[in-house]
Design a protein around this ligand. Structure first.
Ligand SMILES: Nc1ncnc2c1ncn2[C@@H]1O[C@H](COP(=O)(O)OP(=O)(O)OP(=O)(O)O)[C@@H](O)[C@H]1O
Ligand SMILES: [Mg+2]
Length: 158
């Protein structure tokens, strides 16, 4: 078994499955809240990204992995998008989701197949980074991390 630690999820790579477990991020939230009074830009980003009321934004930041998991599962059920690794099981209200396990990209995969995602690039978009992709059982490069709402929006537009 291998363990990957993402910014919002722990990922257990077990056999042919990737089990994504949402993380709580209390320290990150605490530091963010301590900095908020001093920066208008940070405040605007915080509320725009996580929610309009303070409690809603703080909760969504704390549980970003839960919302990433739910977002991936719902996107997958709604769109059956072949560009993403399917999210096939949702457990514990979304704290855990399961995907097929892909293999990491090799340099050739990046050069030859990643271009399909180039138009979806953006500051908040996971598609900018090769580690967000894997190669599925059919040899296709697919996105394994589409937890952010911005990424799913880019996929819908792409
Ligand atoms: N289906 C999968 N198959 C193989 N590896 C995977 C799979 N899903 C995730 N991983 C690995 O686990 C890492 C973390 O997963 P993921 O990016 O989904 O979590 P995250 O918390 O959203 O990460 P971050 O926000 O830091 O990008 C990925 O970069 C990838 O290496
Ligand atoms: Mg990721």
């Amino acid at each position: 078994m291998r363990i990957r630690c993402g910014s919002t999820r722990f990922v257990l790579l077990v056999g042919d499955r990737a089990i994504k477990i949402g993380r709580m991020r209390p320290l990150r939230l605490l530091f963010r809240l301590l900095l908020l009074p001093f920066s208008k830009k940070r405040r605007e980003h915080f509320f725009a990204k996580y929610g309009h009321t303070f409690l809603q934004a703080a909760w969504k930041d704390l549980c970003a992995g839960l919302y990433a998991n739910r977002g991936e599962y719902e996107y997958c059920q709604a769109f059956k998008d072949p560009r993403v690794m399917p999210t096939i099981v949702l457990l514990l209200k979304g704290w855990i989701v399961i995907q097929p396990r892909g293999r990491p990209l090799l340099p050739n995969d990046v050069r030859s197949q990643l271009r399909v995602f180039e138009k979806c690039r953006g500051r908040e978009c996971e598609m900018t980074f090769p580690e967000q992709f894997a190669v599925n059982a059919d040899g296709q490069v697919v996105l394994v991390d589409y937890g952010r709402a911005e990424t799913r929006t880019a996929l819908k537009l792409g």
